[in-house]
Design a protein around this ligand. Structure first.
Ligand code: ZN
Ligand code: ZN
Length: 595
């Protein structure tokens, strides 16, 4: 790709630094967990006024127009950083200390990525401020190559024969350990993350086990979760763990902090889960700066080697050498779980619009999707079934990545037995339909709720029941269960933490099975059966829904999101006949970002 600017010795114009600084601030704020739009009143009372929406679209386009010129000049990173702090403060993007720390953390990588990218103003502002401000998916036309061999005939899923063995899969996602969590501290602060610092003298401080606020979890809550899993009956057969280990204090995270979280939590899992195999996926919070996952062509100190090497070392007892090898290169891998079942762990940061390294080139980063096609093709030939795990669910991905992934799921519907994701922190799913008619359900991506409380949730985890390990098994999901720690109960004086089953999917929703067709039917039933939908809304928030109810627009947007396994596709919701335009639905989706 053509690289711009950053040429040593070029003359500097005073205007260049402020412009770059602003661009950089916008990148940074895309990564900070600040509300993208006015949040639910109960979550953000103290943070009103901060946020990158303080920048308007016309101003953004004007500034990026000038950026093209500014990038021809040599930016001094430290000088750009100083101005960026001022811009961040002037625009009230965050409070001054956070501006200072965040700029320090992001400046080198963001300036590098900007300087190597070829974005036009409309594209950049579309990326930063949303589609209303420009079309930004500049590489919309790329395509993976599917195998020449024709797709095998479709065989609808069928329940396993009576008495066939089942398998139990423990699913953990978004642990978000905050090592600065202090019971009794302020739960409603102005920062992106609270429940830290000195304990309050007045009552109303953060609970011992966690808090319904903008807070992550203390280690003792994660340990209590793992400890009570011992002796689970029936026992688990494997663990899928889809990332986001550190807390949301992204403005102050150093590489040592991220590695400490990785190693501490890995050790804790090994301590409590013993010999149970754990298969991880890389979350967007593992890196620092958050979301910064340079593709493998970025080498040296700016590469992700510091992270992937540490992961390969920490997880070497769980993963075979071939998996560790690709993990070290790009954070994804494949392995055989047991006879007849293959796992693919994707690095979904290569599909993420928040990964600013993709500004340089977002065409199949790290060749991951083409690699996936190869893995699936080989599995199809061997008669294996495949589970796919990843952090960010596919509909949250860059459009082109997402549409290619949808094509792959369609082509390999007979091989992909299940898909599992996390990241949104809530309990939901995304449907995949046949590409020709968009009506026949072919797959479902389960999106499990987080272990963390962030924001306003109970701690929780998921267990999947699978068609078990026997010759000819479908390895499909037969049912799932969700467990929570009710914080109101657990934090009461003298109480002991009691992890309890919140619900069992088939029982709660009255589904005959848990195949894609059942989830598709369920969405239609939600539309007509208000009390069933309200039950879903309650479970969606792990038993702690917001005070504001979800009706009309909220319900339409949520049902549409369940049908939408690929991003930016209004046609997937047509069958629901939504009463509001797709752009408005997307806006509502953006408002409920918690992760
Ligand atoms: Zn998360
Ligand atoms: Zn995440």
């Amino acid at each position: 790709m053509a690289a711009r600017g950053l040429c040593p010795g070029a003359s500097r114009a005073p205007a260049a630094a402020p412009l770059l600084a602003l661009c950089f601030c916008l990148c940074l704020c895309l990564s900070l967990p600040l509300p993208l739009s006015p949040p639910r009143p109960r979550t953000e009372p103290a943070a009103a006024g901060w946020g990158w929406r303080n920048l308007t679209c016309p101003a953004c386009r004007l500034l990026f127009g000038a950026l093209g010129l500014a990038l021809q000049l040599e930016p001094n990173v430290a000088r750009v950083g100083r101005v960026a702090v001022r811009v961040c403060q002037e625009l009230r993007l965050a409070r001054p200390e956070i501006c200072q720390q965040a700029v320090q953390l992001f400046q080198q990588d963001v300036v590098s990525a900007w300087a190597r990218s070829v974005l036009r103003p409309g594209e950049a502002c579309g990326l930063l401020l949303g589609r209303g401000c420009g079309h930004w998916d500049i590489y919309a036309d790329w395509n993976v190559t599917l195998p020449a061999a024709p797709k095998p005939p479709v065989r609808p899923p069928a329940p396993p024969p009576p008495g066939a063995p089942t398998a139990r899969l423990l699913f953990l996602t978004d642990l978000h350990w905050d090592r600065h969590y202090v019971p009794g501290s302020e739960p409603a602060c102005r920062d992106p993350l609270c429940c830290r610092g000195a304990a309050r003298t007045a009552p109303g401080g953060a609970g011992y086990w966690g808090e319904y606020s903008k807070c992550d979890l203390p280690l003792h809550t994660i340990e209590a979760l793992l400890a009570q899993l011992r002796g689970a009956a029936p026992p688990f057969d494997a663990v899928y763990w889809t990332g986001d280990i550190p807390a949301h204090d992204v403005w102050q995270q150093r590489r040592e902090d991220q590695l400490l979280a990785l190693r501490t939590v890995t050790r804790l899992l090994r301590k409590h889960l013993g010999a149970l195999p754990v298969y991880p996926a890389v979350g967007n919070h593992e890196a620092t700066p958050v979301n910064a996952f340079p593709p493998p062509y970025v080498r040296g100190n700016q590469s992700s080697a510091w992270l992937y090497d540490a992961m390969a070392q920490a997880w070497q007892d769980w993963l075979p050498p071939a998996a560790l090898e690709t993990l070290r290169v790009a954070g994804f891998y494949t392995l055989q779980v047991w006879a007849g079942l293959r796992l693919v762990s994707l690095n979904m940061n290569f599909c993420s619009q928040a990964n600013f390294w993709l500004l340089i080139n977002s065409t199949d980063p790290a060749g991951q999707l083409q690699w996936l096609v190869g893995v699936l093709e080989a599995a199809e030939q061997r008669g294996e079934k495949v589970h796919i795990i990843g952090h960010i669910p596919p509909a949250h991905c860059l459009r082109s990545w997402s549409w290619n992934y949808y094509r792959i799921v369609n082509r390999f519907e007979g091989t992909i037995a299940a898909q599992f994701f996390g990241h949104t922190h809530v309990d939901e799913f995304e449907m995949f339909y046949d590409e020709e008619t968009l009506t026949r359900p072919v797959s479902v991506a389960f999106v499990a709720p987080s272990v963390t409380t962030y924001i306003n949730l109970n701690p929780g985890y998921r267990v999947y029941e699978l068609d078990g390990a026997y010759p000819g098994s479908s390895h499909a999901v037969l049912d799932h269960e969700t467990f929570i720690l009710n914080l109101t109960e657990a934090n009461a004086p003298g109480a002991k933490p009691r992890w309890q089953r919140l619900y069992r999917a088939r029982e709660a929703y009255g589904m005959p099975s848990a195949f894609p067709v059942d989830w598709d039917q369920l969405i239609r039933r939600f539309q007509d059966d208000e009390s069933l939908f309200q039950r879903f809304w309650y479970l969606f928030h792990k038993g702690h829904p917001p005070r504001e109810p979800c009706h009309e627009a909220c319900k339409a947007a949520l049902l549409c999101s369940l049908r939408t396994g690929r991003s930016i596709d209004p046609s997937l919701c047509h069958v629901l006949r939504p009463t509001l335009p797709f752009a408005q639905i997307q806006e509502l989706w953006r408002q409920r970002q918690l992760c």
